[in-house]
Structure formats: C-alpha cells, structure tokens
Design a protein around this ligand. Structure first.
Ligand code: IPM
Ligand code: MG
Length: 357
C-alpha cells in the first residue's frame, strides 16, 4: 500500500467547504483503487488565526509542512484583512519558501458546462497555462518612501533571472511535449518592456532549440487576450510571467464557463519540497456558508495532486467522474445548475464507486 502524506489547509471563505468535499472524493478514490492511502493532517491556519494571534501560521510552519508529500489548500482572504496581508501571510511564503516555481493551470470546457463563446464546446478549448510562480512581478521587491507626503513614491520591481526564466521555459516545453498537440505559445510584452521580457524571448528561443518536436509561436499579452476569445482552437500550452498568466488564467476560466471549475498546482518540479494544490477561485465571501460553492475546481485540483504524487490511474478516474457528473447536469449555480456542493460531491462519490475500471 502506497502512503501519501497530505497537509490540508482549508483556510478562509469557501475553502473549508470545498476542501472537505475534495477530501471526501479523494478518499472514495483511495478506497476504491485500493493501491494507496492518503494520510491527511489538518491545519487551521488562516485569517481567523491571524486575527487572534497576529500570524496566519506558526513560525515553524514550513518545517512542519516540509514533511508532507503535498499540500491541499483552500483559499485565503477575509473581508476585514487587507488582501496583500493575507496573501503574504500564508500562500506566498509557502510558494516561495518551497520554490514552487511552476504554476500549472489547465483549462477546458467540461461537458455540460457552457462556454460564453458561441460555438465553443469541449475539444475547442483545451489549454494548459504555465505561470512563472517565483519571481517576475510578484517578487515582492520594491518599497515606499515619503509616505503620505505629496512626493510619496512607490516601486514594484519585476525581477527576471536567467535561471528563473530558463527553468520555467523548460518546464513549459516539457508540458507541451507531453500533450497531444505539442504546441506552445510564448507570451510576453517585449515591445514595451524592453529588458526582462526581451531576455524572456531570447531564452525561449534557446530552449525551443532543444525541443524540435514542439512547435511554438509568440504573442504579446494584449493580443493574446483577443486570440483566446477569437481563436481558442489555435492555443494549446501557454507560458507567461507571473502577472500576465494570472490575468490570462482568469480570462481562460471565464471562457471555460466558470472560475468555479478552475484548478491549479504550485509545483516544485524537482520535488525537494512539497508542491501545493488549490482551486483558483479564492474565498468567495458572497457565497461562503451557503453550501453552493462549486467543488469541481477542488476535485480537478485533487487530480493534479494525484498526478504529481505518482497516481495517474486514480487521477484519470477522478477526471472521468468529473466529466460524468458535469455531463449529467449536476452543476452548482455558477455553471447554470441548481445543485449544492453536497449534491455534486455525492454524485462524484457514486460515480467513483460505480466505475468499472
Ligand atoms: C490566483 C489569484 C492570486 C494570485 C491572488 C489571490 C493573489 O488571483 O491564484 O490567480 O494572483 O496569485
Ligand atoms: Mg488570479
């Protein structure tokens, strides 16, 4: 029996609701498959803890998490805590501390889910966005001076290193190589941003030479938004900077039907630290506690986690169950249905138990 140690951090908003649903489904898969067990350790870190103690997580949090094989994360952010405080208090220290430099964001129109794009169905939009996750515009490099005075100044410096750009580029080309289309689009803004992103283009060219089996093209990020809407079929794998890919992935999620189905993995490809898997949607205060959060993003996130843990068969079974449940119209309100989080979760467990694989 293979054991995988999972650190669960449901945190804020709808995080606890969707992580509970996700763990229920993962448990059904583990039981059914028989080949592995998830040993789950729960951590109550998040904004409530911050409000009580002044810290989102304990001082030795990273040392504790390091023992896990993967981290299953809900969402961080509360109405009464500034977003940059919560983000830099919990999620980014884990991403950066564990060198999770590759953020993967698969997007697809699931059967039963309607894209806002006319005539775009499953198969027309099947993308993998690879987001640089350790530097760029999120490097946390900058400062403020003369606070409150008319001459106040703030800088937010985007950092691009050769090591950082080359490793994300290689990771993305590898992803492209492992997908059927073997095509990658390199996104920058190297017309206006003439240092970091020109280096990005140069490194892309060098790396592309090592992947003769992968075709590639380039797009400026503004033009990329148009291409995503007008020619979704022309896109397969995409690699972009931290901020650009953040924005493109929200557009991608909307075009695929809802942020409620969008998963992500913060991956440390060398596996010398645990990777962290989370739904993209965030806390969603407007629906917290209502029992209608879409758990599909978390299920899909679970599939990415299983894949990373070396359980591809269970990951594939999980994706099949998601497709069956969505195709059957068991959908939460964000994707046009009337089902609750619980309805979708129970349908998933049934689909997994009933599968004859
Ligand atoms: C995402 C989110 C986060 C990000 C926010 C919550 C800071 O938008 O995962 O895409 O930009 O990284
Ligand atoms: Mg985002």
């Amino acid at each position: 029996m293979r054991h995988h140690r999972i650190a669960s951090i449901p945190a804020d908003g709808i995080g606890p609701e969707v992580i509970a649903a996700g763990l229920e489904v993962l448990d059904a898969l583990a039981t059914r498959d028989g080949g592995f067990v998830l040993d789950v350790e729960h951590y109550d870190w998040g904004s409530e803890r911050y409000k009580k103690t002044g810290a989102f997580m304990p001082d030795d949090a990273l040392a504790t998490l390091k023992k896990a094989d993967a981290i299953f994360f809900g969402a961080v952010g509360a109405i009464d805590v500034p977003d940059h405080i919560s983000l830099w208090g919990l999620r980014l220290p884990i991403c950066q501390g564990f060198d999770q430099y590759a953020n993967i964001r698969p997007t697809r129109v699931l059967p039963g889910v309607v894209s806002p794009l006319r005539d775009v169905g499953p198969g027309d939009l099947d993308w993998l966005i690879v987001r640089e996750n350790s530097e760029g515009e999120y490097a946390g490099h900058g400062g403020r001076a003369h606070r409150g005075l008319p001459e106040e100044v703030a800088t937010e410096v985007a950092i691009f290193t050769r090591v950082g750009v080359e490793r994300i580029m290689r990771y993305a080309f590898n992803c492209a190589r492992n997908r059927p289309r073997k095509h990658i689009t390199i996104v920058t803004k190297s017309n206006a941003q003439k240092f970091g992103l020109v280096m990005w283009d140069e490194i892309a060219l060098e790396v592309a030479a090592d992947y003769p089996d992968v075709t590639w093209d380039k797009e400026l990020v503004d033009a990329m938004t148009m291409r995503m809407v007008r020619k979704p079929q022309s896109i397969d794998t995409v690699v972009a900077t931290n901020l650009h890919a953040d924005i493109l992935s929200d557009l991608a999620a909307a075009l695929a039907g809802s942020l409620g189905v969008a998963p992500t993995g913060n991956v440390n490809p060398s596996k010398n630290y645990p990777s962290m898997f989370e739904p993209i949607h965030g806390s969603a205060f407007d629906i917290t506690g209502k029992g209608i959060a879409n758990p599909v993003a978390t299920f899909w996130t679970g599939a990415l986690m299983l894949e990373h843990l070396g359980e591809p068969r269970a990951a594939a079974a999980l994706m099949t169950a998601i497709e069956q449940v969505c195709a059957a119209g068991i959908l939460t309100p964000d994707v046009g249905g009337t089902s609750t989080t619980k309805d979708v979760t129970l349908a998933m467990v049934d689909a997994i138990r009933g599968a004859n694989t």
